[in-house]
Design a binder for this molecule. Structure first.
Ligand SMILES: [Zn+2]
Length: 279
């Protein structure tokens, strides 16, 4: 029987893209055009999406997913030149296969460094990777998760990754987490948003971080509303105008113009379009 999070599956946007053959049923890979490939994990409730972004000489792997399938093997089937592995932030569903790669590039931030050094707590993994988090259609049997360390190197804000005729700049976008970053390509007007924006309930679980989230969204709305957003959960593509709408939604929350509902010890804010869960 379908689980509650599967009610909207399969997600419609994927019909627009060519599905790429690869050897692992856990993943679905889609060609988004412009040498961008979405690696979607539809059989776990996070529905996380990682990306291979190719240039002439190098490619970026933007996040490594849940760690359930073999991400390295998958990427090897798509790309055989130099690979730069980058994490959008330190949440467990974006760093799961880090350990499979020789080296991962991460943002130089205490939250990120802490996770790289100490890992994700087992309790957090058990809560988020229980058998009920897998789809009833999952091609892989449930397997308990445990964190595995990786080799990492840090970078700072504004660093550029040159892939050969294609460059991506890192911007710092705190809010969803304290260590969230995005990748920007100004020539192609592309913004890889990580978890700062994706088309689903948004989260701000770090106490006191919402004010930063409002500032981040405001700044993004003023700079990138004409860009294409490439997001990290559920569906890959959204229009940059969405940033303006989310920024307005956040400002209403900040100004106490939207009533919240308590969900355990979290506050849930909702309007017709957006939903935010906050500590
Ligand atoms: Zn996250």
């Amino acid at each position: 029987m379908k689980r509650s999070w599967e009610k909207d599956l399969p997600r419609k946007q994927y019909q627009m893209f060519k599905k790429i053959e690869q050897s692992q049923p856990w993943f679905e890979v889609y060609d988004l055009g412009n040498q961008i490939y979405a690696i979607y994990e539809p059989y776990q409730f996070q529905e996380v999406i990682s990306y291979v972004i190719m240039g002439e000489e190098k490619a970026i792997l933007w996040d490594t997913g849940n760690g359930i399938g073999n991400m390295k093997q998958l990427v090897n089937e798509l790309w055989n030149k130099e690979l730069i592995v980058i994490n959008s932030h330190s949440h467990f569903d974006h760093i799961g296969s880090n350990y499979q790669f020789d080296k991962v590039y991460v943002f130089n931030h205490p939250t990120m460094i802490h996770i790289m050094e100490h890992g994700i707590e087992q309790e957090v993994l058990d809560q988020n990777y229980g058998p009920e988090t897998y789809s009833y259609q999952s091609p892989i049997a449930y397997q308990p998760m445990s964190y595995r360390r990786c080799v990492y190197e840090t970078f700072n804000e504004d660093v550029e990754f040159d892939l050969g005729r294609r460059r991506f700049k890192v911007i710092y976008t705190p809010g969803h987490s304290a260590d969230s970053i995005m990748l920007v390509n100004d020539e192609e007007k592309l913004l890889f948003t990580g978890d700062t924006y994706y088309p689903a309930q948004l989260y701000c679980f770090t106490e006191g971080l919402f004010d930063d989230y409002v500032k981040t969204m405001d700044s993004l709305a003023s700079k990138y509303s004409e860009y294409t957003l490439v997001t990290s959960h559920n569906e890959p593509i959204r229009n940059g105008n969405t940033l303006i709408e989310v920024a307005n939604f956040f400002k209403k929350i900040q100004n106490d113009e939207i009533a919240y509902k308590l969900v355990g010890n979290l506050k849930e804010y909702e309007d017709e379009e957006f939903n935010l869960l906050m500590k």
